[in-house]
Design a protein around this ligand. Structure first.
Ligand code: SF4
Length: 161
C-alpha cells in the first residue's frame, strides 16, 4: 500500500512551536484509518523542544539551507539549522525506506511549507519558497502537498494506486 508522510501537527499532535496543532482533516483521518499515514515532525525529530522559539529562514528558501547558503534563525537569534537539517534528512530516510512518493506537510512552515515560507523578518511576510524538509523531499522526487491541497494529494495518490 502506498504510504503518505504527514506533518504531525496536522494530525492533532501538539508539536507546533507554540504548542499548538491543526486539524482535524477528514481526508487525513481516512488515510489514517487505511493505515497509510507515516507521521513526522521534522523539528521535533531534529531535537528541538515544544514549545520552542519561532524560527524563519532569511529569504525563505529551504533549498539554500540544504546547500549551506542560508540558515534557520529563531526570534532569539539562535541558529537552529542543524536541527532543521537533521529533521529533513530523517524525513528523507523514512520516505526512502518506505517507498513514499507523496507527502502532506503543513503550509508556510520553515520546515514543512511547500509553496510559501516566511521571509525571515518575523513580520508575517511570506515569499515563494519551501521549508527545509519540503525542499529536500522535492529534490528526491516526492510530491509535496499542504493541508490546503488535500484534493490534489488525493488525486496524486489515485494515480499511484
Ligand atoms: S509544521 Fe512541520 S516542523 Fe512544524 S510542527 Fe508541524 S510537523 Fe513539525
Amino acid at each position: 500500500m502506498q504510504k503518505i508522510l504527514v506533518s504531525r501537527c496536522l494530525l492533532g499532535h501538539r508539536v507546533r512551536y507554540d504548542g499548538g496543532a491543526s486539524g482535524p482533516f477528514d481526508q487525513l483521518q481516512q488515510w489514517l484509518d487505511e493505515g497509510r499515514v507515516v507521521p513526522l515532525c521534522p523539528e521535533v525529530a531534529g531535537g528541538l523542544p515544544t514549545p520552542r522559539a519561532a524560527a524563519e529562514i532569511p529569504g525563505g528558501q529551504g533549498g539554500e539551507v540544504l546547500d549551506g547558503h542560508a540558515f534557520v534563525i529563531t526570534t532569539e537569534g539562535e541558529d537552529v539549522s542543524a536541527e532543521f537539517l537533521s529533521g529533513a534528512y530523517q524525513a528523507l530516510e523514512r520516505v526512502q525506506k518506505l517507498g513514499i512518493r507523496i507527502a502532506v506537510l503543513k503550509a508556510n512552515s520553515p520546515s514543512c511549507g511547500n509553496l510559501l515560507t516566511y521571509d525571515g523578518t518575523f513580520s508575517g511576510v511570506k515569499v515563494s519558497g519551501e521549508g527545509v524538509t519540503a525542499a529536500l523531499l522535492k529534490r528526491h522526487g516526492v510530491q509535496v502537498f499542504s493541508e490546503l491541497e488535500l484534493a490534489e494529494a488525493s488525486q496524486a495518490l489515485a494515480t499511484l494506486s
